[in-house]
Write a protein that binds this ligand. Structure first.
Ligand code: GRF
Length: 193
C-alpha cells in the first residue's frame, strides 16, 4: 500500500517516452476529487515525445532528461523530484530501465503499466510474442516496480480476448483502451481506496 499524505493529494510524477495517452488518462483522473494523487511533474527521456504536449495543455511542469549517461541523469532526476516534493512515480510508457539504486529511493512508491498479463510476456514486443504463441487472451497489468524488469507485485490486471485476425496494431489499440481505465483503478487500490 502507498501511504497517503493526509488530506493533501500525493504529489506524483509521471515518466513517459512516447504518445502519453496513459499520462492523459492519469491527469484526468488526478483532477477528480476522489483521486489520492495530483500530477505535478512529467518526466520524459525524449524531447520529441508527443505526450509532452499534455503537460503543456494541462499546465504541468515538465523536464526532459536524455538518460545517455544514466547515473548522471538519475542523480539529476532525484534532485528534480526532491525540489518538486514528489512522493510517488507512475511509469507510463517509459522506455528506460531505472537502476536498483534509484528504485530503492522510492521503494514501494513506483508503479508501472505493462501491456500483457504479467508474469507472462515481460519486456518489449509483448503483443508480437502473444500472437506468435497463439494465445487466446492478453491484457494489461499495473504493478509496483522493483529492481527486476516487470516483476514487482501485481496490483491489478485486465484481460482481453484475442479476436480472429488480430494484428499487433489492433491488439495494442484494444489493450490501450483498457490501460486507460486500469491505471486509475490500480492507483485507488494501491492507496487502499
Ligand atoms: C502502453 O501500451 C504501455 O503499457 C506501454 O507503452 C504504451 C504507452 O502508451 N508500456 P502511451 O504512451 O501511454 O500512449
Amino acid at each position: 500500500m502507498v501511504p497517503s499524505t493526509g488530506c493533501n493529494k500525493t504529489r506524483t510524477a509521471v515518466f513517459i517516452s512516447g504518445t502519453g495517452t496513459n499520462l492523459k488518462s492519469l491527469i484526468k483522473f488526478s483532477r477528480n476529487a476522489k483521486s489520492p494523487i495530483s500530477i505535478d511533474l512529467v518526466i520524459s527521456n525524449n524531447s520529441k515525445a508527443k505526450g509532452l504536449d499534455y503537460a503543456k495543455k494541462f499546465k504541468i511542469k515538465k523536464k526532459v532528461l536524455n538518460f545517455k549517461k544514466k547515473k548522471l541523469s538519475e542523480e539529476k532526476l532525484l534532485s528534480i523530484l526532491k525540489i518538486n516534493n514528489i512522493n510517488m512515480i507512475c511509469l507510463a510508457g517509459f522506455m528506460k530501465i531505472l537502476s536498483g539504486n534509484f528504485i530503492k529511493k522510492f521503494k514501494g512508491k513506483i508503479l508501472n503499466i505493462h501491456p500483457s498479463l504479467l508474469p507472462k510476456y515481460k519486456g518489449l514486443n509483448s503483443h508480437k510474442r502473444v500472437l506468435n504463441n497463439k494465445e487466446k487472451y492478453s491484457g494489461c497489468t499495473v504493478h509496483f516496480v522493483n529492481a527486476r524488469l516487470d516483476s514487482g507485485k501485481i496490483i491489478l490486471q485486465k484481460k482481453v480476448k484475442i479476436s480472429k485476425n488480430e494484428t499487433e496494431t489492433s491488439l495494442a489499440k484494444k489493450i490501450l483502451v483498457q490501460e486507460h481505465k486500469l491505471y486509475p483503478k490500480a492507483i485507488l487500490k494501491a492507496f487502499n481506496l
